[in-house]
Design a protein around this ligand. Structure first.
Ligand code: BG6
Length: 441
């Protein structure tokens, strides 16, 4: 279904997000025939710009360029949009600082935008449990929950979406997906870059707020939830909420890379973590007793988002008498390359019975041709079509904050050298991710 007769209004259109992500994503959707010439893309911001000046900010050609226009400020926005076309649906993307989300929603409401309106906002949705509740309360004063689309761009990553397919479209995994067979789940969200030019924002947030409360909690839900009754947004949400309710952080350690405090926008005595590691538990029948370990950090030795499943050791009876047979592992690599690797034991050919590790790999790039679409394309298209599956509900955002509350800004902060992995405080049998990742070079 091609999206038609819709106005996409970007509030804060002279900023970086419109330039880097939103306009390129909309342009790609236009090229792919997903949206047509009845769409208008209206930029709005405080900077005064003519339509032509606005268009020139982007490197665009062809028909799509003519769909763009610009209106300064909020005043008169409604009559401006009405004069641009007879739209059935108006989608507002709030590319604005989160602290003005609620006031912007109020202004839109006062301007008369009420029905057939969608609001898209991006994390952070609040700063803690209380502020998240307050934000949701205020947004819901003006708009119905069904009109609010909260983006978590991890949910639109192709390999993250494949988690549900892998789990629920492959019968071999279904029976072993529980604490009886899996000893631990280990999740990495490693970045090589530091905070760069985002110091002012990051120093007020830290790794737990920036990555764990949102992206990693969402991934944990997809990895561990029960099969939903259907793929409808509401059914998926119900299962995600069950996981979030049962989830507990058992331990958390924080660290900061050396030199962080000298970076622009960072307080000289900052106690903000640039690395966090946690042990979590899901107190339900399927996962009872099985730990989930996660590590998320900046300025580490490599970039990589990956999820490892460590299976239980076999009894020491046959090949494993001396404990030399390693347990199986499965790794999903989300990025920078997308792939899955299953680590297995195998006999080394020859007369002696010697066992070694070998593996089976699936690389997206080998199996599928063409570019993997950028996350924002998928998210914008879904929001234009009103499909809420990949968006975070008010409830999910709030409960994730509640679960993080006991560790936010708490505990000792250790230091680690830039470009190195901090030594883990968990004395566990970590999966040797560096041996497998990148899964698909
Ligand atoms: C953002 C965080 O939500 O996700 C950033 O604010 C982080 O700090 C980024 O770098 C990571 O996203 P990706 O898609 O590069 O893994």
């Amino acid at each position: 279904m091609v999206v038609k007769n819709t106005a996409v209004v970007i509030l804060g259109a002279s900023g970086d997000l419109a330039q880097r992500k939103l306009i390129p994503a909309l342009s790609a959707l236009y090229d792919a025939g997903e949206i047509d010439d009845t769409i208008r893309i209206i930029g709005s911001g405080r900077t005064e710009l003519t339509d032509e000046e606005f268009r020139e900010k982007f490197n665009l050609t062809g028909g799509f360029r003519n769909l763009l226009s610009y209106h300064t400020g909020m005043e008169g926005l409604r009559s401006y949009i009405e004069s641009a076309g007879a739209f059935e649906h108006i989608v507002f993307f709030l590319a604005l600082p989160p602290k003005v989300y609620a006031d912007t929603a109020a202004s839109l409401y006062e301007e008369g935008f009420r029905k057939n309106v969608t609001l898209i906002i991006e994390k952070p949705f609040g700063y803690d449990y209380q502020s998240a509740q307050e934000l949701n309360r205020r947004l819901n004063e003006y708009f119905d929950e069904s009109q609010i689309f909260r983006i978590d761009h991890y949910l639109a990553k192709e390999a993250v979406q494949n988690i549900l397919v892998f789990r629920f479209a492959n019968s071999i995994f279904y029976p072993i997906w529980n604490a009886n067979y899996i000893e631990s789940i280990q999740i990495n969200a490693f970045e090589q870059i530091g905070v760069e030019d985002r110091g002012a924002y990051f120093d007020g947030a830290g790794m737990i707020r920036d990555m764990v409360q949102n992206h990693l909690m969402q991934m944990i839900c997809l990895l561990t939830m029960e099969a939903p009754v259907s793929l409808d947004a509401e059914d998926i949400r119900t299962q995600k909420m069950s996981v979030l309710k049962a989830l507990e952080v058992e331990e958390c350690y924080r660290a900061q890379y050396e030199g962080y405090r000298d970076e622009p926008g960072i307080a000289s005595d900052s106690q903000t973590e640039t690395y966090a590691e946690m042990k979590l538990k899901i107190n339900n029948f399927r996962w009872n007793g099985m730990p989930i370990y996660l590590r998320a950090g900046k300025a580490l030795h490599r970039k990589g988002t990956e999820i490892g499943f460590k299976f239980r050791r076999l009894p020491k009876l046959l090949f494993n008498r001396d404990g030399s047979v390693e347990p199986n592992t499965i790794i999903f690599q989300i990025q920078p390359s997308e792939g899955i690797v299953v680590d297995l034991s195998s006999k080394i050919p020859g007369n002696e019975s010697r066992i070694t590790r070998t593996n089976m790999k699936f690389c997206y790039s080998d199996s599928f041709s063409g570019e993997i679409p950028e996350a924002y394309q998928k998210l914008l298209l879904d929001a234009l079509k009103g499909n809420r599956t990949l968006f975070v509900s008010a409830e999910e955002a709030e409960i994730s904050w509640r679960k993080m509350e006991k560790v936010l800004d708490k505990g000792e902060l250790t230091m680690y050298p830039r470009g190195r992995m901090p030594v883990s405080r968990f004395q566990i049998d970590w999966i040797d991710f560096d041996r497998f990742c990148p899964v698909c070079p």
